[in-house]
Design a protein around this ligand. Structure first.
Ligand code: F6R
Length: 614
């Protein structure tokens, strides 16, 4: 949610910032701007709309050459997406420029105080207050770092701030609370950013900033102190992916590329999890065995697509561990006084590791002494750092706003956790766990088979281009797949789409069916239980009412094919693993339909990738 960047070094600051913003545009794209210091003065440009608008502005009206600057790409919170509300924001005396990610909750009080001092605001944003406060501090003779620290002590809420002082050559300062910030450490140059993708082409050495810390960078130094002014220890790390992973690699959209990367991402997430004795080992599980054995309830907390992964995981975790498992939307969790204690294992799922709702849920759980395991794709992000243990999904950077490989790898990581718990609590024998992990390891090939047959889904999208509404139904793990299929379609195709539990249909939603309405039906594998037959009955019910059925069923399922207007065959996998193959055509359908409709698949309207506000 908002991408911010700062640079000091020998390169052209404008070039570094614009390239960096391009790679962070997924974080927010309703306006963008940058400011540099040249000849002891600030110069800046900002523009509503996508980054291309700012780039066009710079063509017509270039900025002076500079080696010190800051930039921002915005997802609006306070104030609409206008030129005036775009960042950077400047102090009234023109000395300070600030970019901000987050929400300053006591902004109204600060604004009133500043206005009483005679400050005239140029925007409706909460962020502008910081620029004025900072310049007031500098006017009293404070240095830039101290002035920023003192401003931070006056702020409530979530913020990453990066600031530039026209009178402080070769340095930039930044601060973070509840919002991401990393330092990119180069040779004779340094970077500050919300996401390492923005500077990965220049350096893979990074420092993660801790909570309530302020940093000052010059071309040759990085100094980190707490808001209180104490020197803070830094945590350097090496980024384990490179520029090519953050580029589209010949695909039209990041989302499409990421759909096709799923076999690799799932394989990487499974890599190295079985030790020489055939035992499942999760290196990052830092919760001791006694504690894991005493767990009597699991609560999975997540948002959006990650929540759907949690809904799927519940079936497997309860089945394998026999521990009751609840799944809850993070934004609802802590406001309902949940029953959580030291024997509740809280599992959070987050691709970005920065989602504010999920982070607040973790803090609440830890206050109740519950151990927290994070399932996360972003090394060193706030959520894993604030958890007791973490299982990383090794999906590589996910840039498309609609999550795809994030989702499938989250399911796999949850399954590993479930099997690990079953192993550590002695509910499953080692060979049973190893057999299930082997079956999981077969999934990348089976996902690839689905990817190889997607021409049919492209044709389906062409056929459904005029659809006004699409329904998705499924049972058991097929139900969250239906929810996720509908979410993908809503968020990038802007189409009315709903997912239902197939058995629930007759309790109301079946009234929506009218002749020709497309319904995706996720049919479970033909197993020993009656699950399959129940969905076939639901399939017949909707078809009898005129629905146009798109049936996802395992290869050779004659019964399912009888009731299909369009049949999408899936590889034969166990029921619990079916979501990993069934979701792929649904992701692709949404991507294809949005492309045909001419929408921006990677940057759908109103959304942002990393939701760092509650
Ligand atoms: C939908 C989507 C969102 C995210 C949700 C949680 O495609 O991407 O629903 O899943 O915002 O994000 P993370 O996983 O980063 O916590």
């Amino acid at each position: 949610m908002c991408g911010i960047i700062g640079y000091v070094g020998p390169r052209s600051a404008v070039q570094v910032i614009m390239d960096g913003l391009r790679r962070m545009e997924y974080r927010g794209y309703d306006s963008a701007g940058l400011a540099v210091v040249a000849d002891g003065r600030l110069a800046g440009r900002k523009k509503a709309g996508k980054l291309t608008n700012l780039a066009a502005e710079l063509e017509v009206d270039p900025l002076p050459g500079s080696h010190q600057g800051i930039g921002h790409t915005r997802w609006a919170t306070h104030g609409g997406p206008t030129d005036a509300n775009a960042h950077p924001h400047y102090s009234a005396d023109g000395r300070v420029a600030v970019v901000h990610n987050g929400i300053i909750e006591n902004f109204t009080a600060l604004r009133h105080r500043l206005e009483a001092d005679g400050v005239v605001f140029q925007s409706q944003t909460d962020s502008e207050a910081v620029a004025h406060l900072l310049s007031q501090g500098l006017a009293t003779g404070l240095d830039l770092l101290t002035a920023l620290r003192q401003v931070c002590l006056q702020l409530d809420g979530a913020f990453t701030l990066v600031a530039l002082d026209a009178q402080a050559p070769d340095r930039i300062v930044a601060a973070r609370r509840n919002s991401p910030l990393v330092v990119g450490v180069g040779q004779g140059e340094n970077f500050l950013a919300s996401d390492v993708a923005s500077f990965i082409e220049h350096t893979r050495d990074a420092i993660e900033l801790g909570q309530d810390q302020v940093v000052e960078i010059t071309p040759d130094s990085v100094k980190v102190v707490t808001f209180a002014g104490q020197v803070a220890p830094t945590r350097p790390y090496r980024i384990d992916w490179d520029l090519s992973a953050a580029e589209k690699g010949g695909y039209d959209w990041f989302m499409r590329k990421e759909i096709y990367e799923q076999p690799r991402a799932v394989a990487d997430t499974l890599l190295g999890r079985i030790d020489a004795d055939g035992r499942l080992c999760l290196d990052e599980m830092r919760i001791d065995r006694a504690k894991l054995r005493s767990v009597d309830k699991i609560i999975i907390v997540a948002c959006g697509t990650a929540y759907h992964a949690g809904l799927i995981a519940k079936y497997a975790i309860e089945h394998w561990t026999r521990i009751p498992c609840e799944v809850e939307i993070a934004s609802e969790f802590r406001y309902r006084d949940p029953i959580v204690n030291a024997s509740t294992l809280v599992v959070t799922i987050s691709q970005s590791g920065e989602t504010a709702d999920t982070l607040m849920a973790i803090r609440h759980a830890r206050e109740q002494h519950a151990p927290v395991v994070a399932i996360c794709n972003t090394n060193g992000a706030t959520i894993p750092r604030e958890s007791d243990a973490v299982i990383y999904t090794h999906a590589g950077p996910e840039i498309g706003v609609a999550s795809t490989k994030g989702f499938t790898t989250q399911i796999v990581a949850c399954y590993l956790l479930g099997l690990y718990l079953a192993q550590e609590r002695g509910i499953k024998f080692g060979d049973e766990v190893a057999a299930l992990v082997r079956r999981l390891a077969a999934l990348p090939d089976q996902m690839q088979q689905v990817l190889d047959g997607l021409d049919q889904v492209a044709e389906l999208a062409r056929r459904q281009i005029e659809a006004r509404s699409v329904l998705f139904i499924g049972r058991h793990v097929g139900y969250p797949v239906a929810l996720e299929g509908a979410l993908k379609l809503k968020e990038i195709s802007y189409l009315h789409a709903e997912g239902f539990a197939a058995g629930e249909l007759k309790h109301g939603p079946i009234a929506l069916i009218e002749p020709g309405l497309p319904i995706f039906v996720v049919v479970p594998p033909q197993g020993r239980d009656s699950l399959h037959d129940k969905v076939i009955s639901n399939l017949q019910e909707v078809r009898a009412r005129g629905a146009w059925t798109i049936v996802l069923a395992e290869r050779g399922d004659q019964e399912a094919s009888r009731w299909a207007d369009c049949l999408i065959e899936l590889p034969i996998v166990p029921t619990l693993f079916q979501p990993l193959v069934a979701i792929v055509p649904l992701q692709f359908f949404a991507c294809e339909l949005a492309t045909l409709k001419g929408y921006d698949v990677d940057q759908p309207r109103n959304l942002a990738k990393s939701v760092t506000v509650e």
